[in-house]
Design a protein around this ligand. Structure first.
Ligand SMILES: Cc1ncc(COP(=O)(O)O)c(C=O)c1O
Length: 304
């Protein structure tokens, strides 16, 4: 894997040769933000499609702005660099791309003022994130961060300690993934994915004001449901016990894609099988990510 090429500070270099100081503020204080992007390999057309690149880099630069990280690249330039990187690596399978912007400064002290701002982009083949096609989840005792602490709208590396603690707790107890509640007790999201619930034929998901990351896959799931499947979508707060009353639950995310939840806090969801609405959305998602649906072709950038 480390034989892969990465992009670091303006050059394409062997990932092994990326040399980041142990003194960097990114390492010492987590002063960094990142993105997770997928490029989908389509065997039939012998093509790799970078998915929703523009949306990911728009969110990346928004995260940089909040962290006072100034990169010398526009969204378009970052998209071009990423396509070039994928090409140079000659990937012929579905790939995960991880751009990280960080404070490289080596001075002691957790300040975002220093100007030594850096970027690295690395990538690797990635199939299924969990290796499972259905998940058993549990609500974690760790509360989700809120906008006045460590803003969930920003993909700050430091926020993922909150995610990692939740994951450790529930996976140690034998569950596949955690669900966070907000400080007010509402259902929020998973450690690295948004959550959807189906009740009485409606698709319901927590609003950004419930401290979720504004997921790119979440937005797409809502679009598919509304425009292609004619399903009513509601963004509203969800109470914990609604998870137990739900007809369907599923996660959405770049790494997680669209994955059904069949059990929450030891309660069977629906009939214990992946739900019909989830299955239809998942199918549409897997077709459109490889450029098979005309309407969504704009979201797929051909690498080769
Ligand atoms: C905390 C969190 N929520 C939700 C998501 C899903 O966002 P997206 O669909 O943009 O990948 C992610 C992944 O980036 C995440 O880390």
């Amino acid at each position: 894997m480390n034989e892969c090429l990465a992009f670091y500070q303006g050059d394409f270099v062997k990932e092994n040769n990326v040399n980041i100081s142990v003194r960097s503020k990114a390492f010492n204080y987590g002063l960094a933000c990142f993105e997770g992007i997928r490029a989908y390999w389509h065997e039939d057309s012998n093509q790799l499609y970078a998915f929703k690149l523009k949306e990911h880099y728009t969110r990346f630069l928004q995260s940089c702005k909040v962290l006072n990280i100034k990169l010398p690249y526009s969204v378009e330039e970052l998209c071009d660099i990423t396509i070039e990187l994928l090409k140079k690596n000659n990937f012929k399978s579905t790939t995960y791309i991880r751009p990280i912007a960080f404070k490289g400064s080596e001075h002691i002290g957790p300040t975002l003022k220093d100007n030594d701002d850096r970027i690295v982009i690395y990538c690797q083949p990635l199939g299924s994130y969990t290796g499972k096609d259905r998940l058993r989840v549990a609500v974690t005792s760790w509360t989700r961060l809120n906008d006045n602490m460590l803003p969930p709208r920003v993909k700050a590396t430091a926020s993922y300690l909150n995610s990692a603690l939740a994951s450790l707790e529930v996976t140690s107890r034998g569950y596949d993934e955690a669900i966070f509640l907000t400080a007010t007790g509402h259902v929020c999201e998973g450690p690295g994915e948004n959550i959807f619930m189906v009740r009485k034929g409606k698709l319901i998901t927590p609003p950004p004001s419930d401290n979720i990351l504004e997921g790119i896959t979440r937005e797409l799931v809502m679009q598919i449901a509304r425009e292609d499947l004619g399903i009513e979508v509601v963004e509203r707060s969800i109470s914990r016990t609604e998870l137990y009353a739900a007809d369907e639950l599923f996660f959405s995310g770049t790494a997680m894609e669209v994955t059904p939840i069949i059990e929450a806090d030891d309660r069977i969801v629906g009939n214990g099988e992946p739900g019909e609405i989830c299955k239809r959305i998942k199918e549409a998602f897997s077709n459109l990510t490889v450029g098979k649906i005309e309407k969504y072709k704009d979201s797929c950038t051909s690498v080769y």
